[in-house]
Write a protein that binds this ligand. Structure first.
Ligand SMILES: Nc1nc2c(ncn2[C@@H]2O[C@H](COP(=O)(O)OP(=O)(O)O)[C@@H](O)[C@H]2O)c(=O)[nH]1
Ligand SMILES: [Mg+2]
Length: 248
């Protein structure tokens, strides 16, 4: 029987954080009334990420959990897309491996899709800042605000936080759009939302709890510059009609 919900966890060099996070996810979703599968996508890690995931999954043999691994690091966007393409649920959620947004928050995103009120729901740290427990370092938080401003200006999207690693999708509606997505690294969130909006999907930014884990995999200079370039690329692609799908 197919699961109702797929949870995708993109993971790059996460041997340290992943085990605890997967146990939390499995414990939260196990035995509930919804059937859930968990897909870890190991994005070419050179550490024991995949082994850690397999070890935890062996502790929960009935959970419908699996690991997809490829050898070369391709970026978080590529990892998430790989997971969504493999997902068998009607609704898919992706979550960062550090569970900065606690998994208990998943219902805030899943329920509106289940009720067919929205097609894409995404966590936000900007709508209710009182939900943030541990903040990011000041520079990173300010950088995030600048990035959001650039996203708003360059794409015209009316959202306040496109980058939270906690997003959910009506798979039937969103899957066809994956064919036209081009961005493989951290700018992919912007492209996901931009293309979904362009195709008339119903999007909802939803305030969620969030706690920074300082063991970040993001390199502030290199990854930020790349993200600005990716937003520029998205705008260019949009201008060139790259985001039309078959039949349009
Ligand atoms: N940095 C990085 N993270 C990746 C990559 N592929 C997947 N990820 C995952 O992306 C998520 C966010 O990373 P994290 O370091 O927590 O970012 P931060 O909390 O925004 O500083 C984690 O689940 C990573 O394991 C990649 O190529 N680079
Ligand atoms: Mg993190």
């Amino acid at each position: 029987m197919k699961p109702q919900i797929s949870i995708v966890v993109p993971a790059y060099e996460e041997e340290e954080r992943l085990g605890d996070s997967l146990r939390k996810i499995l414990t939260h979703t196990g035995g509930g009334e919804m059937s859930v599968e968990i897909i870890v996508v190991d994005d070419g890690s050179r550490d024991g990420t995949a082994e850690v995931a397999r070890t935890v999954f062996a502790e929960f043999p009935d959970a419908g959990a699996r690991v997809i691994r490829y050898e070369t690091n391709r970026g978080k966007g590529f990892a998430v897309k790989t997971g969504l393409l493999a997902a068998e649920g009607k609704i898919a959620l992706f979550s960062d491996a550090d569970l900065s947004t606690p998994i208990e928050e998943m219902h805030k995103l899943i329920d509106p899709i289940m009720a067919d009120e929205f097609d894409v729901t995404f966590g936000s740290r900007a709508l209710d800042r009182s939900l943030i427990g541990t903040h990011q370092p000041w520079r990173r938080e300010q950088g995030g605000k600048v990035f959001n401003l650039v996203v708003r200006l360059m794409t015209g999207m009316p959202f306040w936080d496109t980058q939270c690693g906690f997003k959910a999708f009506n798979i039937e509606k969103f899957r066809p759009l994956l064919d036209v997505m081009k961005i493989d690294r951290f700018g992919f969130d912007v492209e996901f939302l931009y293309v979904a909006r362009l195709h008339g999907l119903r999007l909802k930014e939803i305030p969620v709890r969030w706690n920074n884990d300082e063991r970040s995999k993001v390199s502030v200079i290199r990854d930020s510059l790349r993200m600005f370039d990716e937003v520029r690329q998205i705008r260019k692609n949009a201008g060139n009609g790259i985001y039309a799908t078959d039949g349009e």
